[in-house]
Design a protein around this ligand. Structure first.
Ligand code: FMN
Length: 331
């Protein structure tokens, strides 16, 4: 049984990665149903939370059915991170996650996210202060290191464990690599092999099929995997991996009825959380993903992204079901 503090996550938990502008409550609702064992909010700016910025505050919204769920924070100032961790704690998540992995300039060049990989003493101090300020388990998500010549994840893992983090998720790239090339899990495996390490180690990067999840589980010995992009428009990835690990074969991929059902649920939650107009509007970027690989879908997609109301979107989705009538498309 993998545990983060007192949170029990099963034998080989599958985590939904935090993704800005993606892993909001509507998206999380479909991923939870799809079998995600632990989910995170999008990252939240510590400065934004302290300023009471509406956008950051809204990201604190979590719902009972989402548990266990972590709130992810980022920032470059220790005092602000502590203060934001206290605000996040009051929102009653199951854990607080610190982002030491974000590579984008707006974050890393302001001393936050992956920038902390260049200043390990500060990273350790920041983490220690956050661990001290909350009764919740604190976890960290980071990368292998800043660049090819400074892959310091082995040291980082030990030092963060020593000051009390309860789990570590590692993305198998450096900051300099951004999202390019293939994720290298070799060092993730080495962290896991380290006899001093006793907290759960979750591997992240490029898991996009049940076969790869099982192969990496066996090869690198991680306690679970964190999945990001492969879950976008395909929340079935979690159940497929579980089924594959248990039975050695993939279940049937979702047919058109199922794809439409999940899309409708996502839309419904989107409207419930964001309101009619924004809910319909922000759902538009998801249609391509839910119907990837479907022959001749383009005319439907064009109509879906132009439909101005929920009723119109639902009518088009019903038409999709009757047109494709149970079509199954391999993932
Ligand atoms: C659109 C997008 C937004 C992301 N936002 C965050 C974020 O808010 N916090 C974070 O720690 N990582 C973020 N990431 C990184 C992912 O959590 C994950 O590490 C990365 O996508 C690699 O995993 P994957 O290959 O399974 O997608 C983001 C990635 C993407 C594609």
């Amino acid at each position: 049984m993998v545990k983060i503090g007192q949170i029990e996550l099963g034998e080989f938990p599958l985590l939904l990665a935090p993704m800005e502008d993606v892993s909001d409550p509507p998206f999380r609702a479909v991923c939870k149903e799809g079998g995600a064992d632990l989910m995170y909010t999008e990252f939240i700016s510590s400065e934004g939370l302290i300023r009471d910025a509406a956008k950051s505050r809204q990201k604190l919204d979590i719902f009972e059915y989402e548990r266990p769920i972590g709130i992810q924070l980022f920032g470059g100032d220790i005092g602000n991170m502590v203060q934001s961790a206290e605000i996040a704690t009051a929102a009653r998540p199951d854990l607080i996650d610190i982002n030491y992995g974000c590579p984008v300039k707006a974050v890393a060049c302001r001393g936050a996210g992956a920038a902390l990989l260049q200043d390990i003493p500060k990273m350790v101090k920041m983490t220690e202060e956050i661990v001290k300020c909350t009764h919740l388990p604190v976890t960290v998500k980071t990368r292998l290191g800043w660049d090819e010549s400074t892959k310091n994840i082995l040291e980082v893992a030990e030092r963060l464990q020593d000051i009390g983090i309860k789990a570590l998720s590692i993305h198998g790239r450096t900051r300099v690599q951004m999202y390019k090339g293939e994720a290298d899990w070799t060092l993730i495996g080495k962290v896991k092999e380290n006899p001093r390490i006793h907290i759960p180690i979750f591997g992240n990067g490029d898991i996009d099929s049940p076969e790869k999840a099982l192969e990496y589980k066996n090869r690198y010995g991680v306690d679970g995997v964190m999945i990001g992009r492969a879950a976008i428009g395909y929340p079935w990835i979690f159940q497929e991996i579980k089924h594959y690990i248990k039975h050695g074969e993939r279940p049937l991929p979702p047919d058109m009825n199922e794809r439409v059902r999940a899309t409708k649920k996502h839309l419904e939650f989107s409207i419930r959380w964001k309101g009619d107009k924004l809910g319909v509007f922000e759902m538009r970027r998801h249609y391509t993903n839910y119907f990837k690989g479907i022959n001749d879908f383009k005319p439907f997609r064009m109509r879906l992204v132009e439909a101005p109301t929920e009723a119109e979107v639902l009518a088009i989705l019903d038409e999709v079901v009757s047109t494709y009538n149970g079509t199954v498309v391999a993932a």
